[in-house]
Each structure stands twice: as C-alpha cells, then as structure tokens.
Design a protein. Structure first.
Length: 484
C-alpha cells in the first residue's frame, strides 16, 4: 500500500449537508419574466398575462420565483447606466444594497441566479463583465424583500469572458455546472457548485474560436431542456452544437452548423431548443432558422422559417423556452440605446407556437404577443432549467447518507465520507491520474494511480467538501469527497 501524506491546511471549513427533496411535480421558478423596458410576463395564467417591472435593460436580465410561481426578485441592466446592473425586489423597488453591481446592460447572457441548497433564503447572482463575479441575495431581510449581503466578489479574474453564461443541473439533481466561454479562443470555463461551494475553474478547449473582433463574443449560449446539449452563436456566424455530460461536465461531439463560405449566417445572435430537444432555432438580424436535431444530417436539415421583408433598423433578439412550451422571441426597433422607439415591433414579442414541429408547422407568429405598452430590446431572461432532476441510471456520485463507495473508470474509491484514509483500488491496474482539489478550487495534489491500492491521508485536512478529478484516456470525471 502507498500512503500519500498531504500538507496541513490552515483554513477551517465546514459544510452543512442538507438533503434536497425535489418534488415530482414541476416547480415554477421560471414563471415570471422581467426584461426589456419595464416588461413583465406572468406564466401562472393561461394565456400568460403581462405586468410592469422596473428593469430597463437592452440584453442582460434574469429573475427567480418560488416553487408556487410567486416572483421573488429579478436583476438586470439599465440603459441609463450602462456599466452597472441592479437587483429589484418582488415589489419592483430596488433591493437593499442592490445597486451598482458590476456588469453591463448590453451583455448577452450577463446575469444568472442559482439558489443555495443549504439555505432557501439565499441565492447566488452570477454576473459577467470581462471577469466572472458573484453577489449573494438573502431574502430573510426586510420582510422578504431581501438584501444583497455580498456584492461584486470575483470568482474568475481573467478579463477574457465572452458574453455567454449559463448553468446546468448536475446529473445528481442537486448540484450545478456553471458554464462560460472565453473570447479570442475556443475554451469553455466550467465551475461546479456543490453544497453552495464553488469549485473550479475547469477548462476545456472545443469548438469554434470566438474572436475578439466586433461581434465575436456577442450572442446567446443555451442548453436543451434535459441538459444534454449546448448551442452557442455569435455575430460572426458561429453556430456551435455540442453534447453535454451532466455527470462529468464535459462537452463533446462538436458540430459546426454554420456556412462560412457564403457568410449566410452573419449576424446570428439568439438560439433556443424546443422542449423535447428535437429542434434548434437560431435568430439572425432579419431571419429565423430551424435545425432538425433528429436528422442524420443536422447541418443539411436547416430550414429558413421566416425572413423580415423590411429589416432596416430592426432585428430579432434573444429567444427563451417558456413554461407553456412555446419559444418567445424579442424584437428590436432601433439599434442605439437609450431610444424612444415604441412601435408594433418592440411592443410585441414574436412566438414559435409549436417548437417541436418541423419546418413551418412550428407556427412562427411575428409580433404576436402584446407587452401592453411595454417594450423589448434584445433581451429575454437568462433562466436555467430549475426543474431538471437527477439523471436516471447515472453513475454520478449522489452523496446520499448511506453511500460509502463508488466505482468509476475501474477504480473503487471508499469510504465516503471519511475522517482519515480514502482508499483507491485499481481493478485493472491501468494508469489513471487523480487531482485533489479543495473548496477554493485550488489543486492540492496530483496522484498517479499505477498500483493495486493507494490511500490518501485526509487526517490533517479540515472538515469539508473536496473534489477528485479523475483523468483517463476516456476523458475527465469529477467526484465529490466529504472529510468528516
């Protein structure tokens, strides 16, 4: 047996493990949308109804409701103060300490909310503007109206983040993958949020290079409803499609859906999957496209669903799959902000009524959903699928109370939790590298597994949550270890 001793840690960290119970019925955290110029949509009614919000953001917007569909708070930019974003309470007033948060009103997927697992009153608000930042909302303050208790804390200091930010529920149904993309390269940046601790960054280079020239980092990045695919666009004509492994966080099977030779897809911006993940929709300034993901030739399946006959100073914007199964599309009138344009374009959203249907059967209706006097710009809310549960049959570590070991990549790793030794048994004695990472995302050790049994001595480590990053020829897998 080889015993690997690790250096004593100086910082003490305690993790409270709280088992999350996920209801079998759909929760309604995405049932209120606040976006654009004071626009709001309530999906608790059928058909959905509108309301007035306090947001005034060209692109950057997000919101969160409770599981019953009651709006809790929302966040986004303001066209009168471009270089900041703000957080508003459910009564449409500025949340305490919710002003002057780093960001920009004109960042495509610029802000996102992830709820805490260990405290139902607390929420991460992630926001990007060159760097990735986090703020924390606590709704236990001010009779439920909330307070921003942490503001503008740097998560990833790089000044190289493009306008892409999304999140996918981990295959265990509880944790989250937070996913970004760097500009001027083809590198995804991923963080694992486990028990409200942020691990990472984990980098992966795959897909198109998102150049820093004009429009190279603009455009949406969206996830399919079941979390197994990611699509991304930019104004230079990139349309990337990937498979996503919710267990390992790895992207694979890149498809480049663009036609660069004719520059046909220049100005692509919005993207959205249908509810069944069978169709992918893309907006460019004057057109709506559909790709059939069930086709044996996905690139060749592209159909033009709609072309604007009078596109001057008009554009289709972001898209979002709604609780009613329809895809809503923002409409832009006038490309400079702020502006005073109120017309039949931007005072309505366009709607794809049957997104799972192929071709014109999807029933795209331009300018068909009235915002009742309010208007859209490019933005619709950036909302992950909060309802996505665990992946049935997944080998992912669920860290349930009775789980004592797991087997992966022909390794048996046990016991978990542990208070001293963590044993790693190699079933086939193949060489595998394992990285041990602490709760701050710092690499502690790289361990080469080339013997029958190895043990990591965790005795001098503080109580808390750690990551094992298992690297083999088959790729990378992340497992969580509890030191008790």
């Amino acid at each position: 047996m080889i015993i690997i001793k690790l250096n004593e840690m100086k910082l003490f960290f305690t993790i409270l493990l709280v088992s999350n119970f996920f209801f079998s019925f759909a929760q309604k955290q995405d049932y209120n949308w606040c976006f654009g110029d004071s626009a709001g949509i309530n999906f608790n009614t059928s058909p959905p109804t509108t309301f007035q919000s306090s947001i005034n953001s060209t692109e950057c917007a997000t919101n969160f409701s409770d599981r019953y569909g009651n709006l809790l708070f929302y966040a986004g930019g303001n066209v009168n103060d471009f270089y900041k974003i703000f957080v508003w309470s459910k009564d449409n007033t500025m949340m305490q300490n919710g002003n002057y948060i780093y960001g920009h009103t004109s960042v495509t997927n610029g802000v996102l909310v992830i709820p805490f697992n260990t405290d139902t009153n607390k929420f991460y608000v992630f926001h990007i503007y060159g760097n990735l930042y986090k703020s924390i909302v606590d709704l236990s303050f001010n009779n439920g109206l909330g307070k921003v208790i942490l503001k503008n804390s740097i998560v990833y200091n790089t000044q190289q983040i493009s306008e892409k930010l999304t999140a996918i529920r981990h295959a265990n149904g509880r944790d989250w993958w937070l996913i970004l993309h760097q500009n001027d390269n083809n590198t995804f940046v991923k963080f694992l949020i486990a028990n409200d601790v942020i691990f990472g960054p984990f980098l992966q280079s795959i897909g198109s290079v998102y150049a820093t020239s004009y429009g190279g980092d603009y455009g949406e990045m969206e996830v399919s409803a079941d979390g197994d695919k990611i699509a991304a666009t930019n104004l230079l004509g990139v349309i990337d499609l990937f498979d996503f492994d919710r267990c390992t966080g790895e992207l694979s099977n890149w498809l480049n859906l663009s036609n660069y030779s004719s520059n046909y897809f220049a100005q692509t911006y919005g993207c959205s999957f249908s509810s069944k993940g069978t169709q992918l929709y893309i907006t460019k300034a004057d057109s709506l496209f559909q790709f059939d993901l069930t086709s044996t030739d996905i690139t060749g399946s592209m159909q033009t669903i709609w072309v604007n006959a009078n596109p001057n100073n008009q554009s289709l914007g972001q898209m979002q799959l709604a609780p009613d199964g329809k895809i809503y599309v923002a409409n832009v009138s006038g490309m400079s902000f702020p502006n005073n344009n109120f017309d039949s374009l931007n005072m309505n959203l366009s709607v794809i009524n049957f997104p799972n249907s192929i071709g014109v059967a999807c029933d795209f209706q331009p300018y068909s959903f009235s915002l009742n006097g309010r208007r859209s710009y490019f933005s619709l809310p950036n909302i992950p699928n909060y309802n996505l549960g665990s992946l049935e049959g997944s080998e992912c570590d669920t860290l349930t109370s009775n789980e004592n070991s797991f087997i992966h990549e022909n390794l048996k790793i046990y016991p978990n939790p542990t208070n001293d030794l963590l044993f790693i048994e190699s079933i086939d004695n193949k060489c595998i590298n394992i990285q041990l990472i602490n709760n701050k995302g710092q690499l502690l050790e790289t361990i080469k597994i080339n013997s029958i049994q190895t043990a990591i001595d965790l005795d001098k480590f503080p109580v808390g949550l750690y990551i094992l990053k298992i690297i083999s020829k088959n790729g990378m897998t992340i497992k969580k270890i509890i030191k008790t």
